[in-house]
Design a protein around this ligand. Structure first.
Ligand code: NAP
Length: 290
């Protein structure tokens, strides 16, 4: 029996997951199809229920359903519970478990460029689902400082207060965007992570950066979760300042590889996945989440 997998979101835009997940299934000769399941809100319960069928291995979940699927599942693994967000659902004999592989994907992308988050000072831009996974990852790795800022300040404040019980020795703070100059003078970030949608190709925000160039320290690593055929404005500014840069594509593939491991129990063929994602990205004008 051919197995089914897919990505649930609305709208799905040009999600790359079907491309690199199918490449992974094909590379290992697994008889399964990875599909696009664009799902309007009123159909979400029905589509999640259909994952319980014997031919279905599970699904990825993307914007806007990473929180909304939680009550529809039977169990949550620890990272998904802490993140309050699910990006991967696994069907085990009709029971659905929720996982979050964005946390591992983010850390693997950092490690792939030799960056060790332990003891670092990080600035996180944004306060949505991706920012939550990034902050959780930095706390788990024992960053020394994590500062969160966001256009809508109260969301950054709430994110920080909710994750504070997990902070341990990390100094975890939220600041309004207007205070960035003050903090930059005091701290000097080693790592800056863009978790906003600014810079997404094919949107009105394509040429915008969430951070003025003068606030980028020249010895920082600037990690933009956004990915596209060209470097974002933030990454262009960072490179011009002499900072190191990392775009969102490796994280996308690493989080997908962790999902693949959960569904199949097999070692994901990373090279095939990365190559398929890079190839597919070239002609693509717009992108969504996973
Ligand atoms: P989300 O929950 O919808 O959060 C969106 C964030 O962007 C919020 O902080 C929002 O601020 C901010 N924002 C939106 N419009 C803005 C504007 N005009 N100016 C300044 N800030 C603005 O989305 P998400 O799931 O966290 O995803 C965020 C980004 O990360 C997306 O580009 C997504 O594709 C990317 N992502 C990449 C990966 C990967 O593997 N590479 C994984 C996950 C997500 P407000 O609170 O003020 O609205």
């Amino acid at each position: 029996m051919t197995k089914r997998l897919g990505v649930i979101g609305y709208p799905l835009g040009h999600s790359l997951s079907p491309v690199f997940q199918q490449a992974a299934l094909d590379a290992l000769g697994i008889d399964a199809r990875y599909e696009r399941w664009e799902t309007p809100p009123e159909r979400l319960p029905e589509v999640v229920a259909s994952l319980r069928q014997a031919d279905c291995l599970g699904a990825n979940v993307t914007v806007p359903y990473k929180e909304a699927v939680i009550p529809l599942l039977d169990e949550l693994e620890e990272v998904a519970r802490q993140a309050g967000a699910v990006n991967t659902i696994v069907n085990r004999g009709g029971r659905l478990s929720g996982h979050n592989t964005d946390v591992a994907g983010f850390l693997q992308a950092l490690h792939s460029v030799g960056f060790q988050p332990r003891g670092c000072a990080a600035l996180v831009l944004g306060a949505g689902g991706a920012a939550r996974a990034v902050v959780l990852a930095l706390l788990r790795e024992r960053a020394a400082w994590v500062t969160v800022t966001n256009r809508t300040y109260h969301r950054a404040f709430r994110l920080v207060e909710e994750l504070r019980p997990l902070a341990g020795r990390t100094v975890l703070t939220s600041i309004p965007m207007t205070f960035i100059a003050l903090h930059q003078a005091n701290i000097g970030w080693d790592l800056i992570v863009n978790c906003t949608v600014l810079g997404m190709p094919g949107t009105v925000d394509e040429n915008k950066s969430p951070l003025p160039a003068e606030f980028i320290p020249e010895d920082a690593l600037v990690f933009d979760l956004v990915y596209g055929p060209r470097p974002t404005k933030l990454l262009q500014d960072a490179a011009a300042r002499g900072a190191r840069t990392l775009d969102g594509l490796p994280m996308l593939v690493y989080q997908g590889a962790e999902s693949f491991r959960l569904w199949t129990g097999l070692e994901p063929p990373l090279e095939a996945m990365m190559q398929a994602a890079r190839q597919a990205l070239q002609p693509v004008g717009a992108q969504g989440g996973p």
